[in-house]
Design a binder for this molecule. Structure first.
Ligand SMILES: O=C(O)CCC(=O)C(=O)O
Length: 258
């Protein structure tokens, strides 16, 4: 299946709510391949952290984060360049072209697992414009027991708020005037299903209370016209981007055009 079917109603719902859940996006074979690749890099990462720092940091209890794996693993590169996923992002964002911002695997390890606190993504990203969106692919069946995502519908329309410290979080709802009315939507789903969310949408994931890792593979897409805002970020530090310059070099390839 090269083009995942997406109705105008679904696109409108994404635009209205700031997120969407899509079922059975990966085939069984695609899921098997990306799981094996993420397991491989996770194992190597844990070994490296043990050797370099003697164990995991507080942040790793929220999730073990491994960024831009497309540059180090062929199977992950194939996954990130998948026209099926990038085509969904392009149609949801109603943009002629999407580029890669970055990928990352987020693994919640079992034992002393912490929730991913309520936050928006855009405040961490060095971008002037909003509209970038993440595909959060479940590599395991996910529920509140092992850390599925939750979203606040419509929160992408509330502007960009100060970034939250993920390992020592502030309460993002302090910025929301009608916070009693806010109702999170819980995204339990089976492996191979995914959510897409706008970089401004409030989201959260519960801790992993099971005895197995919760594995997710995330690809972040930029719509046409995203420009650089000077701010430290692991992906852009040292690239010499000028404020206002389009984020459009080889590190940020076009993944879908139409
Ligand atoms: O997977 C998680 O625990 C959180 C994911 C997240 O914050 C994101 O994809 O932006």
């Amino acid at each position: 299946m090269d083009e995942y079917p997406l109705s105008e109603k679904q696109i409108e719902s994404y635009q209205h709510d700031g997120y969407i859940q899509l079922h059975d996006v990966l085939t069984a074979e695609e899921l098997r391949r990306i799981r094996a690749a993420v397991d491989e890099v996770t194992e190597a990462n844990i070994q490296r952290r043990q050797a370099e720092a003697g164990g995991l940091r507080d942040y790793d209890r929220v999730f073990l984060q491994m960024v831009n794996l497309w540059r180090v693993h062929d199977t992950i590169r194939e996954y990130v360049f998948s026209p099926k996923l990038a085509g969904i992002a392009r149609r949801l964002a109603r943009t002629p072209r999407v580029r890669l911002w970055h990928d990352h695997a987020l693994v919640k390890l079992p034992g002393d697992s912490k929730p991913s606190p309520w936050h928006q993504d855009l405040p961490y990203w060095p971008m002037n414009e909003s509209g970038s969106l993440s595909c959060w692919m479940a590599l395991d069946d996910v529920s509140v027991q092992n850390g599925c995502m939750q979203f606040i519908p419509g929160s992408h329309l509330w502007g960009s708020l100060p970034p939250i410290n993920l390992s020592n979080p502030q309460d993002i709802f302090q910025y929301v005037p009608d916070k009693e009315k806010v109702e999170p939507k819980v995204m339990a789903m089976s492996a191979g299903s995914c959510t897409f969310h706008n970089g401004l949408t409030f989201h959260y994931a519960s801790s992993n209370q099971t005895d197995r890792p919760r594995r997710a593979m995330i690809t972040i897409y930029m719509p046409e016209g995203i420009t650089y805002r000077e701010q430290r970020h692991i992906v852009t530090d040292g690239l010499g981007l000028k404020p206002g310059e389009l984020i459009a070099r080889d590190l940020f390839p076009v993944l879908s055009e139409g």
